[in-house]
Design a binder for this molecule. Structure first.
Ligand code: SF4
Length: 341
């Protein structure tokens, strides 16, 4: 049987393992302190544990989660892409994004993605597998260990987080716990392409996370050409569920809109987007496509981007433009997957 992984253990699970090993109960607290306060994950370095206990722990709990790691800092110094090679060779990317006053990590939830949004490199990669909880926590652990004070998490890396619901939610529980990295739930955003079964589960939990919904096109007739998920998860149903989530949890909702020239930039497309934002009391985040030879679309010209932004402002809907950090390293959050291609 596979060993449990250190970075995938809740406090309760850690305590349970410690008592099964016959070690003193305070050992669990010592271990979690090493991991989340001192950012040390190898038992050998946990110097306040006896040698015998360190050996017992090493034999029972796994603590390494990748075979190799590559870092790609962007020229503008504002982004660093991490490429983790997992134990069976799959590659997963995460991105540190530096803002003036805070640092965000764009986190992956799957190796590849089965959703196949046509503007997304991860969609081109196809689906490899769901990430385990420790592989999700590990992305934050690694960035923190490298000295990045991650205060915000966005699940907008590789994968549809709600298709890996249990592992993602367990990772979030560990990351926001006081024994973990203590990241505020208000600073954690989960992005979805509109997976209905996952949104229904979110409505029922008390986690109260911020949500981002990737729209593609708000018109149900035009959406499948960009986001095939529409065929089984109609946007009309998704919108009703998001509205229920908003009403119940009162969290921030952002509509992510990747602009594709000639596909979703016409006045009627933006009118539909504005209507959706008004119905959901949501902010719109415009993202101009990060072009790539494997993606069959073009970004819109900058003047079109500005025109669309002003239409949305005129309709009194809050709107931001996500400027592309680290374009030279293909670090656009939500469009990762370069390392496979
Ligand atoms: S945008 Fe998100 S859900 Fe869509 S293919 Fe890419 S990773 Fe998957």
């Amino acid at each position: 049987m596979d060993k449990p992984h250190l970075l995938g253990l809740t406090q309760e699970e850690c305590q349970h393992l410690i008592s099964e090993l016959g070690l003193p109960t305070f050992t669990a607290k010592q271990i979690l302190d090493w991991v989340y306060q001192k950012k040390v994950s190898d038992f050998e370095s946990m110097s306040n544990l006896s040698k015998a206990n360190r050996e017992k722990l090493q034999a029972t709990i796994d603590s390494s989660f990748y075979k190799s790691l590559q870092l790609f800092p962007s020229k503008d110094g504002l982004a660093i892409k991490y490429v983790f090679e997992l134990t069976e060779g799959q590659k997963v990317e995460s991105v540190v994004l530096k803002e003036k006053t805070y640092t965000t990590l764009c986190v992956s939830s799957q190796a590849g993605c089965p959703v196949d949004c046509k503007f997304c490199l991860t969609g081109v990669v196809g689906f490899k597998r769901n990430l385990h909880t420790h592989e999700i926590v590990g992305q934050i652990f690694q960035a923190m260990q490298d000295g990045h004070q991650i205060s915000h998490l966005v699940f907008m890396g590789m994968g549809e987080p709600l298709l890996n619901y249990d592992n993602v939610m367990k990772a979030i529980d560990i990351l926001q716990a006081p024994y973990g990295f203590n990241i505020s739930k208000r600073k954690i955003t989960v992005s979805t392409s509109g997976y209905i079964a996952g949104i229904k589960r979110l409505i029922e939990t008390d986690r109260k996370l911020n949500l981002a919904f990737s729209v593609g096109n708000a018109n149900p007739a035009k959406r499948p050409a960009i986001m095939p998920i529409e065929n089984r998860n109609p946007i009309t149903e998704v919108a009703k569920l998001l509205n229920t989530y908003q009403t119940k949890h009162n969290r921030k909702l952002t509509l992510e809109y990747t602009l594709l020239e000639g596909k979703n930039d016409e006045p009627e497309d933006i009118r539909d987007l504005i209507a959706l934002a008004k119905y959901l009391r949501a902010k719109i985040n415009l993202i101009n496509l990060n072009p790539h030879p494997k993606i069959p679309f073009k970004p819109v010209p900058t003047k079109v981007l500005h025109k669309i932004k002003s239409w949305i402002e005129d309709a009194r809907v809050p709107v931001t433009v996500r400027y592309k950090k680290g374009q030279d390293i293909s670090a656009a959050c939500g469009q990762l997957g370069e390392s496979y291609l």
